[in-house]
Design a protein around this ligand. Structure first.
Ligand SMILES: Nc1ncnc2c1ncn2[C@@H]1O[C@H](COP(=O)(O)OP(=O)(O)O)[C@@H](O)[C@H]1O
Ligand SMILES: Cc1cn([C@H]2C[C@H](O)[C@@H](COP(=O)(O)O)O2)c(=O)[nH]c1=O
Ligand SMILES: [Zn+2]
Length: 191
């Protein structure tokens, strides 16, 4: 199953958590936008959040590498997501790897309220280590979708985000200027 739609149980909305993960350029944001667009077509009330620190393409919008976008609310921490309007039925969260470790609990609270929560984020950082709250989110989600990019060196499916600049900080915003998606052998070749 590529995606799930709103869950119903005994005639009522049933909350759930979906995670879309993968490397950079793997289509996480496109898949998030696709699910949110379908929810909007279904006339569900949707709200989208992203970390305020993610200013890469736009301060407010969630923007894919192909420049498709959707308006969002930038927030300073995961708790701020709980201040959403009471009638919201679907919550989208992009760049989840940048959020604090409380994000899984925030998603649980929303899902318990009957909200469908769709979270997209990098599962691994540039060194191949699990990124921020993503592993814990994947553990508690009803549905985890891992998407692959195309390795820029060999054309295989790519699960890793290779950093092409010397900076060793965990957080370094960027796109093709500082990262390229690579498969496992090409990632470990390190050249
Ligand atoms: N090496 C690549 N592999 C796959 N897609 C790529 C690559 N380089 C550029 N793209 C573009 O990136 C798009 C995915 O963008 P996006 O959804 O923003 O990815 P993510 O959120 O996972 O970083 C693809 O639809 C494709 O047009
Ligand atoms: C691997 C890695 C990435 N980042 C940054 C680079 C981008 O600004 C985002 C990822 O965006 P995408 O929508 O998944 O393309 O994260 C980082 O700060 N540290 C890393 O290790
Ligand atoms: Zn490769």
């Amino acid at each position: 199953m590529l995606f799930s739609e709103q869950n119903y149980r005994r005639g009522e909305f049933c909350g759930s958590i979906e995670v879309i993960c993968g490397s950079m350029f793997s289509g996480k944001t496109e898949e998030l936008l696709r699910r949110l667009k379908r929810a909007t077509i279904a006339k569900l009330k949707v709200e989208i959040f992203k970390p305020a620190t993610d200013t890469r393409y736009n301060d407010r919008d969630v923007v894919s590498h192909d420049r498709n976008s959707i308006p969002s609310t930038p927030v300073d921490n995961s708790a701020a997501i709980l201040l959403l309007n009471t009638d919201v039925q679907v919550v989208g969260i992009d760049e989840a790897q940048f959020f604090d470790e409380n994000l899984p609990e925030v998603c649980n609270i929303l899902a318990q309220r009957g909200i469908r929560v769709i979270v997209a984020g990098l599962d691994m950082d540039f060194s191949g280590k699990p990124f921020g709250p993503m592993p814990n989110l994947m553990a508690i989600a009803e549905l985890v979708t891992k998407v692959n990019a195309i390795c820029v060196r060999c054309g295989s499916p790519a699960a890793y985000s290779y950093r092409t600049v010397a900076d060793q900080s965990k957080v370094l915003l960027g796109e093709k200027d500082s990262y390229e998606p690579r498969c496992r052998p090409c990632f470990h070749a390190r050249d």
